[in-house]
Design a protein around this ligand. Structure first.
Ligand code: NDP
Length: 333
């Protein structure tokens, strides 16, 4: 049947993003079929196996997950767990011989990223990071503008992403599970955007300010962060992330024009404009587009647009930003 040609995917962690966005996109995808689930919750195992017609033999928990290596239904594993758990589950997936997608941030340290990349390389499996905006039309347009210098040389980039965090008990506010605060959670989108618009990596970070409180409450993780990234040729990105304020914007100024996307990083409702007026772009399901792009890499060998190396570079930049905040000095990369 048709489904047999699709790549079999197992979702690891049935939380908000995987059940609300990823699984519905995978169900619609032409290339993947949801064949397995991995969860610590017996109730969710019941609920989602019924909802998506997943056989008992394809339901795993965190203890018996490694048995997935003997399951020919599963070609690829999608890790949607709290940040500090990504490393362990990517490595276990690689050792099971499965391709693997991990959510962003890739991990909570550069060392972890390196171990993940090595494990996938040694197992000869592909590693992807869930950077959905690499497949989004407004962002593809911004990348093209920046990288081809269509409006002249780039001058500056301004990016911000923030929201008011709720639920004080959640893992995002726990240092050991999240690795950091708004910077690693949403600031990473701004880092990514600046990198793919310029088409190069920053050479330094500077002028970092971090609030180690959220709505006046002391916090284990950073609440609001502002930072600057210096790129080659003098391009500067002025960036911010927040857990206390709504913001969602990417602005790119070149010698002969500009482009703005706002909202820029949310799942839908993106709006774009340039010096010539409204930017009319196709509306797409970002997660579905991401999945089709991933399939293209696995099936057709097309370049992996959001690889482990890409994820690692963002964590290197994040570590430099935290270092700069501590020392007050410009940190070179
Ligand atoms: P949730 O808290 O909603 O889900 C996380 C799931 O992980 C839980 O439901 C649980 O699944 C499992 N889990 C296992 N151990 C723990 C633990 N100790 N504490 C909490 N959960 C645990 O998080 P999100 O879905 O919002 O985020 C998951 C990942 O996806 C993060 O890395 C996040 O950064 C990323 N994300 C990416 C987005 C994007 O746009 N690309 C958007 C939102 C999140 P179970 O009960 O099945 O075991």
């Amino acid at each position: 049947s048709d489904t047999n040609k699709k790549l079999g995917l197992a979702m690891v962690g049935l939380g908000k993003y995987s059940t609300g966005q990823l699984i519905p996109a995978i169900i619609q995808s032409e290339s993947f079929s949801l064949k397995g689930i991995v969860t610590g919750s017996e109730d969710k195992a019941q609920e989602y196996s019924t909802k998506y017609d997943i056989p008992e033999k394809n339901i795993y928990n965190y203890e018996n997950f490694d048995l997935i290596k003997d399951n020919p239904d599963i070609d690829i594993v999608y890790i949607a767990l709290p940040n500090s758990m990504h490393e362990e589950y990517v490595i276990r997936a690689a050792l099971a011989g499965k391709h693997v997608i991990t959510e962003k941030p890739m991990a909570t340290s550069v060392k972890q990223c390196e171990r993940m990349i090595n494990a996938c390389k040694n197992a000869n499996v592909e590693l992807f990071v869930g950077y959905r905006l690499h497949f989004e039309p407004h962002h593809l347009e911004a990348m093209k503008l920046g990288q081809t210098k269509a409006k002249g040389k780039l001058k500056k980039i301004i990016g911000s992403f923030g929201f008011k965090i709720e639920d004080n008990g959640q893992w995002r506010l726990k240092k050991d599970l999240a690795g950091g605060g708004s910077l690693v959670d949403v600031g990473i989108y701004v880092i990514q955007a600046a990198r793919y618009v310029v088409g190069q990596n920053p050479i330094a970070v500077k002028n970092v300010k971090i609030e180690n409180k959220i709505f006046d409450r002391p916090s284990e993780v950073d609440g609001d962060v502002t930072w600057e990234m210096e790129f080659p040729d003098g391009v500067i990105a002025f960036c911010s992330s927040s857990y206390t304020k709504e913001s969602d914007k990417l602005f790119i100024e070149a010698e002969k024009g500009w482009i703005e996307i706002s909202p820029a990083y949310y799942y839908y409702g993106l709006k774009g404009a340039t010096e010539q007026g409204t930017l009319k772009m196709k509306r797409i399901n970002q997660q579905k587009a991401q999945m089709e792009g991933i399939a293209d890499t696995i099936i057709n060998g097309i370049h992996n647009r959001a690889s482990g190396i890409d994820g690692l570079i963002d964590i290197q930049i994040i570590e430099a930003i935290y270092k700069s905040a501590k020392t007050g000095e410009r940190v070179t990369l």
